[in-house]
Write a protein that binds this ligand. Structure first.
Ligand code: NAG
Length: 431
């Protein structure tokens, strides 16, 4: 075959792939251009430092991908790979609850279940758990009994009505109302790579347990993730992971229902938020800066390129998906897992690790960086006194660093936030 003939045929196939309607991917929202604010330069308060270097590793091998990490009365809870929520009392680690079915890790994650966001209930002694695949649950902290609150099969409100695909962030207010996020409506957590190429389709909801119903508050969030309620609960902050920023939603007052940017141009992708009376710990699960821009964000303004890449991968996957649907087998599962999970491209992101301290005005008041790879991919920060404990979906340990004396952040009265909430809840009960 002559060169020009070959070139011609290749071009026709290429154009067919780009423009043919009806081929995958099939998305919630059409591919349209959207912009992401470029990252702050690493100067001023963002200047490189080594506060996260030499991180200690604790509970090595006793946890596997501890994504969410919260504590109450010296007992920790973490969301683990394999669909488990673990209870950690010192060195003693036990399974409090298991979601999903028994499975082979890591390529059967959707079957295993994947708990992500955790929050303590303010009514009853429960843990509210968002399992990426299996929905929103209430788990009894004493016996681990599970109650389903929202099922992944339920159709929920939005610009388009649709079920949730990635149950991720959760927060509970003083009265027991639950706020939660669905990160993306197109692909599950295991297909994170795909989700980042599609147009933003994350949502924020308010769940009322007395009605057993969710109200949609925001749609079109670029991978909606962790949630933090302000101390007086007049607003909440939600992490927009894909756009490297935090959004603020007014819950009360004259601006009720209005959304604004709380903090933007972050040098990475924010994950779970850990609020206290003075501000929020914001871990960046992946880093970005002007030298290492996030590829997904660079191409956000080129919808055709994003669709093309997605289509190539989707077409590559299609036969394996069909084969596996007819005759489930490990080989197909492995191929499907390797092509598009977050794990397969996590090594490509810059090695810098960053945690931010942001006050309730949205100002970045402290920045911790690490460069020695002793801790990476942090998804949640748990502060206890001068120590920060660091969870991650990609580590088999919990990281620990001690806040340095010269770290510029107003000292935090750790528990006044929680105490205040429990007190107000009691007052509420008495009413
Ligand atoms: C809430 O509604 C969902 C969907 O109908 C159902 O699966 C779930 O069991 C209900 N939960 C409670 C606590 O009533």
């Amino acid at each position: 075959m002559g060169f020009f003939k070959l070139l011609g045929i290749s071009l026709i196939i290429l154009f067919a792939i780009i423009f043919l309607p009806g081929l995958p991917p099939w998305m919630t929202f059409p591919f349209e251009s959207y912009r992401v604010t470029p990252p702050h330069e690493l100067v001023g308060s963002f200047m490189p430092n080594n506060y996260l270097d030499n991180a200690e590793h604790i509970l090595v091998g006793k946890v596997n991908g501890p994504e969410g990490l919260i504590a109450k009365d010296n007992i920790w809870f973490t969301s683990n790979n394999g669909g488990e929520v673990l209870r950690i009392d010192g060195e003693e680690v036990t399974v409090l609850a298991k979601f999903g079915e028994s499975c082979e890790l890591p390529y059967e994650e959707a079957k295993c279940g994947r708990p992500l966001g955790l929050a303590f209930d303010t009514i009853g002694n429960n843990l509210i758990v968002a399992d990426g695949y299996y929905g929103l649950w209430s788990v009894d902290l004493v016996n681990g009994d599970k109650t389903l609150l929202i099922s992944p099969r339920q159709t929920l409100d939005g610009l388009l009505k649709r079920p949730a695909k990635v149950f991720n962030g959760v927060a509970v207010d003083k009265k027991g109302v639950i706020y939660w996020t669905d990160s993306s409506s197109d692909y599950g957590f295991e297909d994170g790579f795909f989700a980042m190429l599609a147009n933003p389709s994350g949502r924020l909801f308010r769940y009322c347990r007395w009605m057993n119903a969710s109200t949609m508050l925001l749609d079109g969030i670029n991978f909606a993730n962790g949630i933090a309620l302000s101390p007086n609960e007049e607003f909440l902050v939600v992490a927009e992971t894909g756009s490297s920023q935090l959004l603020k939603l007014h819950l009360r007052g004259p601006f009720k229902g209005q959304k604004e940017i709380f903090s933007t141009a972050l040098p990475g992708n924010p994950d779970n938020l850990s609020p206290d009376s003075k501000g929020i710990w914001v871990p960046l699960v992946m880093a970005r800066d002007s030298e290492n821009p996030a590829v997904f964000q660079l191409i956000s303004i080129y919808p055709r390129i994003r669709r093309f890449i997605l289509r190539i991968f989707a077409l590559f996957e299609l036969p394996f998906r069909m084969w596996n649907a007819i005759l489930p087998n490990v080989f197909c599962k492995k191929v499907l897992y390797a092509t598009v999970s977050f794990n397969s491209f996590i090594e490509l992101v810059p090695t810098r690790t960053t945690v931010l301290r942001i006050d309730w005005e949205g100002n970045v008041v402290g920045v911790l960086h690490g460069y020695d790879k002793s801790i990476r991919f942090i998804s949640q920060v748990l502060q206890e006194g001068e120590a920060l404990y660091l969870g991650s979906p990609f580590n088999d340990f919990i990281g620990k660093i001690t806040l340095p004396k010269d770290f510029k952040v107003i000292s935090i009265e750790k528990d006044s936030y929680d105490k205040n909430r429990v007190k107000q809840n009691r007052e509420h009960d008495e009413l």
